[in-house]
Design a protein around this ligand. Structure first.
Ligand SMILES: Cc1ncc(COP(=O)(O)O)c(C=O)c1O
Length: 374
């Protein structure tokens, strides 16, 4: 039986040609003109002034948090249900991540939960748009403004997602996309930092490039990182980005097909196709095995695996991570919704290269498994 990976990328002829032409041009490093072209195109696509290409979404978060000048004594509110990169960036500057529980409805964090965690030390809030949806952002943005909090928007998973018609990635003081191979727009590995402030953009560029002194070569008054993106990655990103509307449309067709196939099955909780303010962009098709289901997530994912169908579990909560707890970076707390989602959530093969036949196989396998438990 042919395996169905959890993500199969889809590269067009134009994508391949762009990388080949880049190689032919002799440009390999971040000095290549492909990088600044990609940065400008990305910024324009999201409606921001400046784009700073980096080597990953994780690197982008490191740069974003550092560029905002956050540091020891500062608390940053962050959804607990997210990748470790979010906390890593905060701990990396000596600030304290404060993991916040999310909501059942769309697995994102809404205002009240951030509000409950506000202290006099809170200096920033990180908004992470998770698994194809976002929360109600305007109230959070207004509240952050009222309290003088910086907003870091992690739109790593949110290519093509819109909140009330406006593009996600355009809301934070600084925002970050991942361009990893499983993202809607990919450069294999890569990331993009976006902002509207020239000073902030300059700061990001410097941090990305080891904080080289602009006047005195190889002189460093501060430590940065080498988080640069190669010309070949940028060359791939350009035609990918041109295809964004088409790619998002295809994700939505995939998502709708899964949604209709599983809607009404009481053993699962699936995210809505749309909320009052966002249409699911279906970065992945995620589902949660109900508490009172007749099987566990592990029963199901193991059964799918025997048929060659790969799945991926949800993140663990940041508040559960030994790397944060054992070093005392965060306090021990209980965040029941995150814990529950993390124990029972998973996603199905959702890559752009998933054929309709393979998607049918996945749907049939899930139905067959559930049927065998009724
Ligand atoms: C919400 C979120 N933030 C950040 C990242 C990190 O991106 P990268 O894998 O490019 O480092 C990811 C990766 O999937 C993510 O899902």
């Amino acid at each position: 039986m042919t395996p169905i990976p959890v993500n199969t990328p889809d590269l067009s002829e134009a994508d391949r040609r762009a990388v080949f032409e880049c190689l032919e041009s002799g440009w390999l490093s971040s000095e290549g003109p492909q990088v600044s072209e990609f940065e400008a195109l990305f910024a324009r696509t999201v409606g921001r002034e400046y784009g700073i290409a980096v080597s990953s979404g994780t690197a982008g978060l490191d740069v974003a948090v550092a560029a905002l000048g956050l540091g020891p004594g500062d608390e940053v509110l962050v959804p607990s249900l997210t990748i470790i990169s979010c906390a890593r960036a905060i701990v990396g500057v000596g600030a304290t991540p404060v993991p916040v529980d999310c909501d059942w409805e769309d697995w994102n964090v809404h205002l009240q939960r951030f509000r409950d965690c506000l202290t006099p030390r809170t200096k920033a809030v990180m908004l992470v748009h998770l698994y194809g949806l976002c929360s109600d952002l305007n109230p959070i943005l207004a509240w952050a403004r009222e309290h003088g909090l910086a907003v870091i928007e992690d739109a790593s998973q949110a290519h093509g997602l819109r909140y009330k018609g406006e593009i996600c990635g355009s809301f934070g003081d600084i925002s970050v996309f991942s361009l990893y191979a499983n993202k809607v727009v990919t450069t294999g590995e890569g990331g993009m930092v976006l902002c509207n402030s020239e000073a902030l953009a300059q700061r990001c560029r410097s941090l990305r490039n080891l904080c080289f002194d602009s006047a005195k070569r190889f002189w460093h008054k501060e430590l940065g990182w080498n988080y640069r993106m190669t010309a070949m990655q940028a060359a791939l990103g350009i035609p990918q980005l041109h295809r964004l509307p088409e790619l998002v449309q295809r994700k939505r067709v995939m998502g709708a097909t899964y949604h209709h196939a599983f809607a009404g099955m009481k053993d699962f909780h699936i995210a809505p196709m749309s909320t009052q303010y966002a249409e699911n962009a279906y970065w992945v098709f995620a589902m949660v095995v109900a508490q009172d289901a007749r099987f566990t997530r592990e029963d199901l994912t193991k059964a799918l695996a025997t048929q060659g169908i790969a799945t991926r579990t949800f993140f663990y909560g940041l508040h559960q991570q030994p790397a944060l707890l054992d070093e005392g970076y965060i306090d021990r707390v209980s965040l029941p919704i995150t814990e529950s989602l993390s124990a029972r959530g998973f996603y199905l093969p959702s890559g752009l290269g998933l054929s309709p036949q393979d998607q049918r196989r996945v749907i049939d396998a899930v139905h067959e498994f559930v049927g065998s438990h009724s």
